[in-house]
Design a protein around this ligand. Structure first.
Ligand code: TYD
Ligand code: MG
Length: 456
């Protein structure tokens, strides 16, 4: 083998590095994900010495030249980013193929271009014609948006130097390559190196860069997991491909809070913002059916009301079947055990299916009370009235525990025309009584079940 070249094995799923091939990755426990890649050994010492070391500076000496953030004009995205795009930041947008990443970013480009910013959209996946076809569905564009089909990062850097755009989109990182790395585009070392170059462009020239990354199950393409620590912000675009809404979730953000979500709806003419997700999620809630209740979950700073459904029916086999869609399966099992032991409800002979309607995933403990009441309602065949919301965390001794931001949750329920809220007793002091909404404070699950049994 040529001197200065060596090969290592990378897990294509998580980027774990190993000198020999392994069947199972110790990092992510996936099977058969190791691929051999050659990496060039860095010719370090000599080169580094010639460079002047950078000098430390005090905070007050740092100059803020341009305005800090650019507003995208899409409120949902601005909020997820923590209040607009930070100049010179590197944002990774991950998500399944076909979920709408390219559409979202093209729309952002369009809006920034209309606001007078210079935007460069670089695609390594689609031809200019294909991009134009998509653009025609979205709306009218102006000349501030430039398109480029290119996958070579050296050329991309040159173009960026010439054009000096305010923002750049790389669609997608898996198609980009750096000539100095010999492995194929999409491999872990290639993706890592490419992101390194983009990081230099972003920080060095003050260009905000959005990188698209695919997440694939089979592990043939390096997932964006490897890059998560390199970029400033990681956004995940998720949702059921069969449903029209999409959720943009921030999982890492150096410039804002995480766990903010933005809700969009995929329409014929691109993605539209959903300003009031609760209304959207509650669409189609059945009336007068048992096993259904509205719960409230905080997503970042925003309360979202969702419908929790449960179906409890007699089991035909020795071992009852339990499933949970849209929430944590183990949590559902735990809540059923609490209901059995502390609520004196015999569930051992019943199958139970729990579902968060709309296909959204919710894991906040505040929806515990909603899940529990839905199960109780279905088991006893009690219809919970339509205008009831429940929230609260359930503990193992059957107590209903406090949740954060109770006041906001109550406000959201009131805004959407709900009349009754079942909530933890411990939250009483945090809530100002309001007209037009009845607050039922409960301290144990027994009280909560009684509340729905005796009719609200
Ligand atoms: P796309 O942005 O290409 O997804 P990604 O880049 O994440 O792979 O969008 C894919 C889907 O969105 C495609 O199946 C068609 C649909 N779509 C619409 O429904 N309406 C539209 O206006 C556009 C542009 C796309
Ligand atoms: Mg795409």
């Amino acid at each position: 083998m040529a001197k200065g070249k060596k090969t290592v094995f990378f897990c294509q799923n998580c980027g774990y590095e190993s000198v020999k091939w392994m069947g199972q990755c110790p990092g992510c426990q996936e099977w058969n994900t190791f691929v051999e890649e050659s990496v060039s050994e860095q010719k370090t010492v000599g080169n580094r010495r010639q460079r002047e070391p950078s000098r430390p500076v005090s905070l007050s000496d740092i100059q803020m030249e341009r305005e800090e953030r650019m507003m995208t004009g899409t409120e949902e995205l601005d909020r997820v980013l923590g209040g607009g795009i930070v100049v010179g930041s590197l944002v990774l947008v991950g998500g399944d193929p076909g979920i709408g990443k390219s559409t979202l970013l093209l729309q952002v480009c369009r809006q920034l271009a209309l606001a007078g910013k210079k935007v460069l959209y670089i695609s390594g996946e689609e031809s200019l014609r294909q991009i134009k076809l998509r653009a025609q569905r979205i709306g009218t564009f102006n000349d501030n948006l430039l398109l480029l089909c290119e996958t070579n990062l050296t050329d991309i850097r040159k173009t960026a130097e010439q054009q000096k755009p305010d923002m750049m989109v790389i669609d997608s990182i898996q198609t980009m390559y750096n000539e100095e790395v010999s492995s194929a585009p999409g491999s872990v070392s290639q993706v890592r190196e490419s992101t390194g170059i983009l990081l230099q462009i972003a920080k060095g020239m003050g260009i905000s860069i959005f990188i698209v990354g695919h997440v694939t199950k089979d592990g043939s393409v390096a997932g964006p997991r490897v890059l998560e620590h390199m970029v400033d912000t990681v956004l995940y675009f998720e949702g059921d491909r069969h449903a029209s809404y999409r959720i943009l979730r921030s999982v890492k953000n150096r410039f804002g809070s995480t766990n903010e979500i933005g809700v969009f709806e995929m329409r014929n003419e691109g993605l539209a913002e959903v300003k009031n997700p609760s209304e959207f999620m509650l669409n189609g809630k059945p009336e007068g059916a048992s096993g259904s209740i509205v719960a409230c979950s905080m997503e970042g700073t925003r309360p979202i009301l969702i419908e929790v459904q449960a179906l409890v029916c007699r089991s035909n086999f020795g071992i009852p079947r339990r499933t949970a869609a849209g929430t944590d399966f183990n949590r559902v099992n735990l809540l059923m055990a609490v209901l059995e032991k502390r609520g004196r409800m015999n569930l051992s002979e019943y199958d139970a299916y729990v579902n968060i309607a709309g296909g959204i995933k919710m894991t906040e403990p505040a929806i515990d009370l909603g899940i529990l009441l839905a199960i109780a309602s279905s088991c006893k065949d009690i219809v919970i009235p339509d205008k009831v919301v429940a929230f609260g965390e359930v503990g193992l001794s059957g107590e209903v525990r406090a949740v954060s931001m109770a006041q906001q949750r109550v406000k959201e329920a009131q805004k959407l025309g709900f009349e009754t809220v079942i909530l933890p007793k411990v939250c009483e002091s945090a809530i100002e009584p309001a007209d037009g909404i009845r607050l039922i404070y409960v301290s144990t699950i027994k009280e909560a079940v009684n509340a729905i049994q005796t009719g609200i």
